[in-house]
Design a protein around this ligand. Structure first.
Ligand code: HEM
Length: 542
């Protein structure tokens, strides 16, 4: 009995000593760190997670805002590793330089990469790829496919097609006389935009039709059902939910330490669930790629192929590619493997859905709060379409709608969906007046730059007209809605086409107003700031 107690005592003592040693070492490293900057005080294992969750409700946007107010434009914080928070354009100029020689492409430090390694994301795709050779190989395929004229022309066609589907659901659910009389024309519109952009990006990237809007309609409608096969609806809804779960899980794999993820039941359960979910996603993606490869093989050489992204990347550098050059057999000119295709397909879906969807919600919100801006935008739309509420929108229309574009940019300035983005130093370098060792993690705070009065006149004023001045550029080019440098968002043209097209089609036909204009926007902020609910009333325009 006594010996048992003694054994336990030894065991517990050992754990105690290990803990004390770890905590002492942790704070030794903290107090002797290079270039100490102001910032929230970190805790062993948890870093600044307590401040993120307890003081800022888990919102990364709020966390950055609070710290910038408290500590200024240069501060540090700890999420698994040390991060340097950069809040001024002068601090990031060289990181986002538009030059092929810009060396700042790394986003994740070796120390901070274990989570992504566990997810199997390192060295694949583009979004999280740290290996320059494979990233630039993949990124070339991605940009060539997404910027090809066939692809860009297809985008407005799909906006039209999917908007027709969306309006058929809205008209049946919310705009019948009875629904209006009973005040049932009130809805959470943010859900619809998420579904719209999902169906849009999946169709554009994979060439497969997804039916998440149809699924939601069926859920809401008492008697009518969407004219779509129910098995396909269920399958696509399941897939899209899995993508969403994966996206939310990414932050945990970067910011929560492996120790907590492996041994702390709350985090362990979540990370196991995300890994399981990823298995399902990979399997489904592989099936889509295999099927398309077979379809391409079965299409005679003289017959045209579809213009989706997946078909383009499969045929690139094969005899079906119009630019195919048999003699040139350099490594860079080989076709992509299925694993590489899966990687960039995945990144296109992750990068292209929630970003666009939430921006549309924020546009609706700001237009409701600023009726003068809305009126000016409606005038422009009406002038452009000359009372025709039915004809499809074209690329030319979208290019002509300059005030719509100004609204998109101003909303993205005052309430950006991507609140911050990372860089990691490959080599020792000087940033923000300090010399840093290689592997230092930097986080660029877009919110802070967008609201800085050194760069903008009246930064807190919502004023799309600022973008209407010929040749307008914010001071020091401080607008980095799509990031910068070699990592600049490759989907930016598609995003602007989709946003411009959708906004014009919506407001050509509908009047939408936020129900409680005094209530603050409901958001959840991690890697992006997502709209968690936007309650509006919808009517047909006269
Ligand atoms: C309003 C819409 C969008 C916003 C605000 C946005 C913003 C951003 C930002 C800030 C970055 C980081 C850039 C950097 O690190 O310098 C990024 C990267 C990326 N975006 Fe977008 N994006 C949008 C839409 C899209 C769309 C539609 C797609 C694809 C279909 C897309 C695909 C990507 C990819 C793949 C990357 C990673 C690029 C790389 O690391 O090389 N994005 N985006």
């Amino acid at each position: 009995m006594i010996s048992k107690l003694f054994e336990n005592f030894n065991y517990l003592s050992l754990i105690g000593i290990a803990l004390i040693t770890y905590v002492t070492y942790y704070y030794y490293r903290y107090f002797t760190r290079i270039n100490p900057l102001p910032g929230p005080f970190p805790f062993p294992y948890f870093g600044n997670l307590p401040q993120l969750y307890i003081s800022n409700g888990g919102s990364l946007k709020k966390f950055f805002e609070t710290n910038q107010k408290k500590y200024g434009d240069l501060f540090e914080f700890y999420f698994e590793v040390r991060f340097i928070g950069l809040n001024r354009i002068e601090q990031i100029k060289k990181l986002i330089l538009a030059s092929a020689k810009n060396p700042f492409i790394k986003k994740i430090s070796n120390e901070n990469g274990q989570g992504f390694h566990e997810l199997g994301a390192l060295g694949k795709g583009i979004l999280l790829n740290q290996d320059y050779k494979s990233w630039s190989f993949n990124r070339n395929f991605f940009t060539q496919a997404i910027l090809s004229p066939r692809f860009v022309n297809e985008a407005p066609n799909l906006v039209n097609e999917l908007f027709n589907e969306l309006e058929s659901y809205w008209d049946r659910l919310y705009l019948k006389e009875k629904a209006i009389k009973e005040s049932r024309n009130k809805l959470d519109i943010s859900v619809w935009f998420n579904l719209f952009t999902n169906d849009m990006i999946f169709a554009l990237l994979t060439g497969e039709r997804f039916y998440t809007m149809a699924g939601y309609f069926n859920e809401l409608s008492d008697n009518e059902k969407a004219e779509r096969p129910s098995a396909l609806i269920d399958e696509t809804v399941k897939f899209v939910n899995a993508i969403h779960k994966h996206f939310l899980g990414l932050l945990m794999f970067q910011f929560v330490s492996p120790f907590l993820r492996h041994y702390f039941p709350y985090f362990k359960k979540k990370s196991d669930d995300i890994l399981q979910n990823l298995k399902f996603l990979n399997q489904r993606m592989d099936e889509i790629i295999k099927k398309r490869k077979q379809e391409i093989e079965d299409t005679p050489l003289d017959k045209p192929l579809p213009s989706d992204f997946l078909t383009s990347v499969i045929v690139a550098n094969t005899p079906r590619d119009v630019n195919y050059n048999k003699i040139d057999d350099k490594e860079a000119n080989r076709p992509m493997t299925d694993l590489e295709i899966r990687g960039i397909l995945f990144d296109g879906i992750i990068g292209g859905t929630d970003t666009t969807a939430n921006t549309v919600s924020y546009i609706i919100y700001y237009l409701s709060l600023y009726p003068d801006v809305k009126k000016k935008m409606l005038d422009e739309i009406d002038r452009n379409f000359q009372g025709d509420k039915k004809r499809p929108i074209t690329r030319k229309d979208i290019n002509n709608l300059k005030y719509c574009e100004a609204v998109i940019k101003e909303v993205s300035r005052i309430f950006p969906v991507v609140n911050s983005f990372p860089r990691c130093l490959e080599n020792p370098d000087e940033i923000a007046g300090y010399q840093w060792p290689a592997d230092t993690m930097l986080r660029i705070n877009i919110d802070a730059m967008n609201l800085n009065e050194d760069y903008w006149d009246e930064p807190n004023k919502f004023n799309p007209d600022r973008w209407m001045v010929e040749g307008f550029e914010p001071k020091k080019k401080a607008f980095v809605m799509f990031g910068g440098g070699l990592r600049l968002c490759p989907g930016r043209k598609l995003a602007m086409l989709e946003l411009g097209g959708l906004i014009a089609l919506i407001y050509r036909k509908y009047d939408i107003d936020v129900i409680d204009k005094k209530a603050p926007l409901k958001t959840e902020s991690s890697i992006i700031t997502a709209c968690s609910e936007l309650l509006v009333e919808i009517k047909l325009r006269n």
